[in-house]
Write a protein that binds this ligand. Structure first.
Ligand SMILES: Nc1ncnc2c1ncn2[C@@H]1O[C@H](COP(=O)(O)OP(=O)(O)O)[C@@H](O)[C@H]1O
Ligand SMILES: O=C(CO)[C@@H](O)[C@H](O)COP(=O)(O)O
Length: 550
């Protein structure tokens, strides 16, 4: 019998850009099981790179919905094969990459409610595998399943727009114009119009493929889509992930009728009512009880966005700053009051309904670092680290900005290098280039955080998470650029851990127990890097070059 048999626990899931991950956390808040399915490596038949398909226009970016379903099938079968005791799961919650959307076709709710435990999920939700690849040129990416599949397939479109998509500029301008401009939209929804935000993606679908839109009974975020699989019915969207749509009024937490109307008709009924992030949305469906042995009373707590879930997993406190180095790089803070501006985002807080969080998202994160690693460091993180170890903090005044894809913060593309004399140059030696990349990425984060009003205080700590937080040399640069100690939690999967913590909070639903009380026994974050003495002088010298990044 596996050692994790018979331990009462909550599960935390993360449907992120490159993989589906899960952790099991016991009642003492120890993580005792972790697993993942990596889309590019484990689901080769979908042909994704970094979990996505970039279309020929270079702007449209999608992921196959069935890949996500199949990843869940694989991971659950792996858990079963390892002897994981599902009967001990008291509750589960999860997270999804933010902004991505799933279009459930009319009739899908009946299929979800009557799944046979003898078959895998993906075999029942979309039996036909036609049109799963990136459509050849000339065919709209908004493909509809062939008419012969009507009644069988559960999705109106098989390729879902994801957060890396930047093809909806026209829809963004239209939405801003409808509500009185970018600042007015930001005051209403927490953000000016952003291409990846779901309302603009829905507007594009409606305009380009009205047939698929009209056949859609429900639109989910990636988070609420994943929750729906566990529930066996459409799960509501939670306030926190719902804040990434340009549709939710973040103060009173209802859909903005003006924004809905600007995007597409009958949208409110396709979205359902949004709910508080700590809501129990129901009990697990009988499919999971019969196939895997979950207890029938296992609660499903609303799934949320991966960044909000990370905030929960890191137990972020006011004054701290979280830096997530996943596929995207993000930086986020706990906020008492929303202060929407033209840059960055304000989301409803996932663990405290009275409060908010601020978030900045940088698209050129891990995939950009991997590219430079592959070009200059023999595809090896340890070679990459050697460059950081062998070069000086401040890089002798050399500075670089690396945006191979159109950046979100700020909107800029290309590689730009400046010598100590502030001349633009075309290349650096390999080790200088690697340091320039990492210092440039963190300087940009610091400058933009300061633009949001954030100031480093003596007690400030950075909490780092995401895949690249495994790399101590990268974290040292982070500590030096911010002049602040950097802490990590035991697993880089803070979105999963946060989801499991949120599931425990859901068990206490109705008792008014605050989230902080539920997680007070969780292990404290560990110091990973302290600022090197003298780092602040180097930073002050460099800040004169940084106008470029802002
Ligand atoms: N030792 C390392 N040094 C730097 N980056 C790393 C290291 N290990 C993993 N990564 C990066 O972590 C990324 C994946 O991060 P992760 O948080 O799991 O992504 P996501 O949740 O978006 O799927 C990979 O793309 C890889 O570049
Ligand atoms: O767009 C955003 C946040 O606004 C991204 O942070 C996505 O949520 C993707 O997350 P990762 O897969 O990179 O964690």
């Amino acid at each position: 019998m596996a050692e994790h048999a018979g331990r009462r626990c909550c599960l935390g899931w993360d449907f992120s850009t490159q993989q589906v991950k899960v952790v099991a956390v016991d009642a003492e808040l120890n993580v005792f099981y972790e697993d993942s399915v990596h889309f590019d490596r484990d689901l080769l038949e979908f042909g994704t790179q970094g979990g996505v398909h970039v279309h020929e226009d270079g702007l449209t970016v999608t992921s196959p919905v069935l890949m996500w379903v199949q990843a869940l099938d694989i991971i659950l079968e792996k858990m079963k094969a390892s002897g994981f005791d599902f009967s001990q799961v008291l509750a589960l919650s999860g997270a999804g990459q933010q902004h991505g959307s799933v279009y459930w076709k009319a009739g899908a709710s009946q299929v979800l409610a009557s799944l046979s435990p003898d078959l895998l999920l993906h075999e029942q939700l979309q039996p036909s595998r036609t049109l799963l690849r990136v459509p050849p040129s000339g065919i709209s990416p908004w493909d509809v399943m062939p008419p012969g599949d009507a009644g069988k397939a559960c999705f109106s479109i098989s390729d879902c727009p994801v957060w890396m998509d930047s093809s909806t500029t026209a829809q963004c301008r239209q939405l801003e114009a409808t509500v009185g401009g970018a600042q007015a939209l930001s005051c209403l929804t927490g953000s000016r119009a952003y291409e990846r935000f779901t309302g603009n993606q829905i507007a594009k679908l409606y305009q380009q493929n009205p047939e698929a839109y009209s056949h859609t009974e429900r639109i989910s975020l990636v988070s609420s889509f994943a929750a729906s699989l566990f529930l066996g019915s459409h799960s509501p969207i939670d306030y926190s992930d719902g804040s990434g749509m340009n549709l939710l009024r973040i103060q009173d937490k209802v859909w903005s009728q003006a924004c809905l109307g600007a995007c597409a008709p009958h949208l409110e009924e396709k979205l359902g009512l949004p709910v508080p992030s700590c809501s129990v949305v129901g009990a697990i469906s009988s499919y999971f009880v019969q196939r895997y042995g979950f207890p029938p009373g296992c609660k499903v707590v609303a799934f949320t966005g991966d960044n909000p879930a990370s905030l929960a997993g890191m137990r972020l406190e006011e004054g701290d700053i979280a830096v997530s180095l996943g596929t995207s790089d993000t930086l986020f803070l706990w906020l008492q009051e929303p202060t929407p501006t033209l840059e960055g985002h304000i989301f409803c807080n996932p663990v405290d309904p009275q409060h908010y969080m601020a978030l900045l998202c940088f698209k050129n994160g891990s995939l950009m670092r991997e590219k430079i690693r592959d070009e200059l460091a023999s595809s090896s993180w340890s070679e990459f680290s050697k460059a950081l170890q062998s070069t000086e903090m401040g890089n002798c005044g050399n500075l670089g900005f690396y945006f191979d894809v159109m950046e979100i913060t700020p909107e800029i593309i290309g590689r730009h290098r400046f010598s100590a004399e502030n001349h633009e140059v075309s290349a650096f030696p390999w080790d200088v280039e690697i340091r320039a990349l990492i210092e440039g990425q963190f300087m940009a984060k610091k400058i933009h955080a300061e633009g949001l009003g954030y100031r480093v205080m003596p007690k400030t700590k950075i909490l780092a998470t995401g895949g690249a937080s495994h790399n101590r040399d990268i974290l040292q640069v982070l500590a030096d650029v911010f002049g602040t100690p950097v802490y990590v939690i035991d697993t880089a999967n803070s979105a999963c851990v946060g989801s499991a913590y949120r599931a425990f909070h859901g068990l206490a639903a109705g008792t008014d127990v605050p989230f902080s009380e539920v997680v007070k026994l969780a292990p404290n974050p560990r110091l990973a890097a302290a600022p090197t003495p003298g780092a602040s002088q180097v930073r002050d010298h460099q800040s004169s070059f940084v106008a470029f990044a802002s």
